[in-house]
Ligand binder design. Sequence first.
Ligand SMILES: [Zn+2]
Length: 253
Amino acid sequence: MPAEEATPAIVLRTRDYLESDRIVTLLTEQAGKLGGIAKGAKASRRRFEHRLELFSHVMLYFRRRPHGQLVFITRAEAAGLKPFCLEDDLGRFALGTYMLELAEALTSEDAEAAGAYHLLVEALGALGAGQANAALRQAYELRMFRWAGFGMQFDRCRICAQSQAGAAAVYFIIGRGGIVCARCRERTPEGGIRLGAASGAALAQLGRLPLEAASAAPAAGPDGALAIARFVASVVDRKLRSVEFLDSVIAPA
Ligand SMILES: [Zn+2]
């Protein structure tokens, strides 16, 4: 039998299976994204104590199986890991659900994802302690995409590298993952999404701030939100189910 492994993990998604089992997708610190089955999860309080719910932050004990994708989850314990309390507030629940879904979409099984795990811990902690708003959403999007290798740039023109601080407008080009200045735009075929000065500056700042400070910072307006949404759609190969609900709960700045 394969050895039991243990790692801190956050539950991204769950579904019940048969009468008493549960299938769980988790983002772990040491084993990347994992899908697992918890046999008897609904009946065994001793081994699971309701610790395999959405947002649960647990020490996960599991065994790999020689065949098949799902690992066997043997136990889940609190182990002093920071709990995330998001379910008593609709805005926090909506943004938290989106954070989980984006983390799931940008990670893959059998690939290292410790950075994404730590970023999700930081984001859900900031969400539990602060306000669920557009600024925190945008800061998380920028940071999670940067972790995944898709850093977006909002302070300098992607072509001439001139700082755009103070520029009246810049143009976000999806294929370049960043902005170009008004002058360079004339030489780019893609056109781009026009960002007003305030939105460009907000996104440049949100990409640098620690997430715990993000909800108090200015958010980009609808032009910036559109630029990020188009970029997300160009990278993520599926429709994120939580977006529509989130957009209905948290209005763009
Ligand atoms: Zn330029």
